[in-house]
Design a protein around this ligand. Structure first.
Ligand SMILES: NC(=O)c1ccc[n+]([C@@H]2O[C@H](COP(=O)([O-])OP(=O)(O)OC[C@H]3O[C@@H](n4cnc5c(N)ncnc54)[C@H](O)[C@@H]3O)[C@@H](O)[C@H]2O)c1
Ligand SMILES: O=C(O)C[C@H](O)C(=O)O
Length: 329
């Protein structure tokens, strides 16, 4: 008997990330080669025609695992029974738009989507937020879905984690598979803190292998933290295929588990670990297994790390205060 199909919702499905993400999911990259998937795709009304074209292409791939595709613009219909919701669609920042305007525009989207998930998603639903500002969008969705346990929400910092691995590989030549225990702390923004003080490269402490704290502080950290902007400058559009790939990595590891001798970075509701205010959606080092995650505990935090972890937490507190003032949470 073939396994039960998994219903996966993707929002912003006609967008750039969607154009990579949907094909990877349908090809089995998220849940493996034995699990059929049913895609339930949400877009705004004006983008539905374009999404129809994407669905024609999905059909034309004849993916053996893709059981069905439904599209629509009403989250209360599209989220019906979903086991996994990947919230990618968001309003991009346009010229002259302030951070507060972006929070407000996206706040409306994530309020409605949180309520819809609360009403119609499956009991085992997991929700991954990629659309920016990802951490605070996840906070808004979580706050508007009181019946869904808080540990079912996460925001994407896996792209930052992967970027950190790649930079360390570039510096040392060691394959990314042999670089472990890198952490992204905090917000998916330029204040994030990519931390290598617990990392291992080829089984040795990363700081010993790198042996250049000036490079860590002035090259590694800013390169990872500002990589999104560098890609926008180069491509004229924000990262899409790499963001889709990280969205897949994050959901795959969440649902199927991550390696026990490593960890991944995921922005999840803080339980107060490491002194981070309770309830903030903050990126921590986590271990995952079978649809659950736990924050890696008892890492020693030096003064250099503490200052950066607190600075990115402060930005998230500001964002939380702004959306609280707007009545979104
Ligand atoms: N967390 C990360 O690592 C990361 C990385 C890259 C991009 N992003 C963010 O991901 C988001 C999507 O990026 P993209 O390149 O695909 O953008 P895009 O503009 O190409 O696509 C976004 C899509 O979302 C749709 N959309 C807007 N409002 C919607 C709503 N209420 N319901 C459903 N769909 C809606 C739009 O119609 C559009 O098709 C952006 O917010 C971007 O900043 C996050
Ligand atoms: O869309 C952006 O602002 C950048 C994006 O979040 C990224 O990290 O590539």
């Amino acid at each position: 008997m073939s396994p039960t199909p998994v219903k996966i919702a993707v929002t912003g499905a006609a967008g750039q990330i969607g154009y990579s993400l949907l094909f990877r999911i349908a090809g089995g990259d998220l849940l493996g080669p034995d699990t059929p998937v049913q895609l339930q795709l949400l877009e705004i009304e004006p983008a539905l025609k374009s999404l129809e074209g994407v669905v024609m292409e999905l059909d034309d791939c004849a993916f053996p695992l893709l059981e069905s595709v439904e599209i629509g613009s009403d989250p209360n219909v599209v989220f019906e029974g979903v086991n996994l919701a990947l919230l990618v669609g968001a309003r991009p920042r346009s010229a002259g738009m302030e951070r507060g305007d972006l929070l407000e525009a996206n706040g409306a989207i994530f309020t409605a989507q949180g309520k819809a998930l609360n009403a119609v998603a499956a009991d085992d639903v997991r929700i991954g937020v990629t659309g920016n500002p990802a951490n605070t969008n996840a906070l808004i969705a979580m706050s508007n879905a009181p019946d869904i346990p808080r540990d079912r929400f996460s925001a994407l910092t896996r792209l930052d984690h992967n970027r950190a691995l790649s930079q360390l590989h570039g510096r040392t030549g060691v394959p990314v598979a042999d670089i472990r225990k890198v952490t992204i702390w905090g917000n998916h923004s330029a204040t994030q803190y990519p931390d290598i003080f617990h990392a291992e490269i080829d089984g040795r402490p990363a700081v010993d292998v790198i042996d250049d704290l000036e490079w860590v502080e002035n090259t590694f950290i800013p390169t990872v933290a500002k990589r999104g902007s560098a890609i926008i400058d180069a491509r004229g559009a924000s990262s899409a295929a790499s963001a889709a790939s990280a969205t897949i990595d994050a959901a795959h590891d969440w649902l199927l588990g991550s390696q026990t001798d490593d960890w991944v970075s995921m922005a999840v509701a803080s339980d107060g670990s490491y002194g981070i205010p309770e309830g903030l959606i903050y990126s921590f080092p986590v271990r995952t297994s079978d649809g659950s995650w736990s924050i890696v505990q008892d890492l020693e935090i030096n003064d250099f790390s503490r200052a950066r972890m607190d600075a990115t937490a402060a930005e998230l507190v500001e964002e939380r205060d702004a959306v609280t003032k707007l009545g979104l949470i």
